[in-house]
Ligand binder design. Structure first.
Ligand code: RTP
Ligand code: MG
Length: 145
């Protein structure tokens, strides 16, 4: 096991539903420590750039329009196997297929408005973190608990 970082986003539906605290609390309970947090309203260019890998997908236009529809919470989470752990806590993309008690099962509306984003590999996590946070915005600290 090794300490790793991943990028998490609470999507506009999660902010709108008022579950920011619940989502961050769950990450903390699961050993994922927030080391950077900022709220933002993504521009179209930022959302298109972030999801560029999905550019050719039929849902790309809707996804960009959803991700720019309201504020999001951008976070860097740190912990043992943070990338995989975050994906596990989020659950499947489609909440109908997500395991019980995952964030998407608990809070998501549908396959698009699915409350949270998490990087899908350690390499992508590095790129996604750098997309939103300069290294100086990431705080080093230890949990005392
Ligand atoms: P994410 O990147 O947001 O963490 O989600 P993911 O890895 O579980 O899913 P991915 O395949 O990367 O898709 C990115 C986001 O696009 C929206 N989506 N809509 N309408 C559709 O069929 C569809 N499929 C995907 C979702 O918001 C998904 O999280
Ligand atoms: Mg993805």
């Amino acid at each position: 096991m090794s300490k790793e970082r991943t990028l998490s986003i609470i999507k506009p539906d999660g902010v709108e539903k008022g579950v920011i605290g619940k989502v961050i609390g769950r990450f903390e309970e699961e050993g994922l420590k927030p080391v950077a947090i900022r709220m933002a309203r993504l521009s179209q260019a930022e959302a298109e750039g972030f999801y560029a890998v999905h550019k050719a997908r039929p849902f790309f236009k809707d996804l960009v329009s959803f991700m720019t529809s309201g504020p999001v919470v951008l976070m860097v989470l740190e912990g043992e196997n943070a990338v995989a752990k975050n994906r596990e806590v989020m659950g499947a993309t489609d909440p109908a297929k997500a395991a019980p008690n995952t964030l998407r099962k608990l809070h998501a509306s549908n396959i698009e408005k699915n409350t949270v984003h998490g990087s899908d590999s350690a390499d992508n996590a590095k790129v996604e973190i750098a997309y939103f946070f300069p290294e100086t915005a990431i705080s080093a600290y230890e949990w005392k608990r």
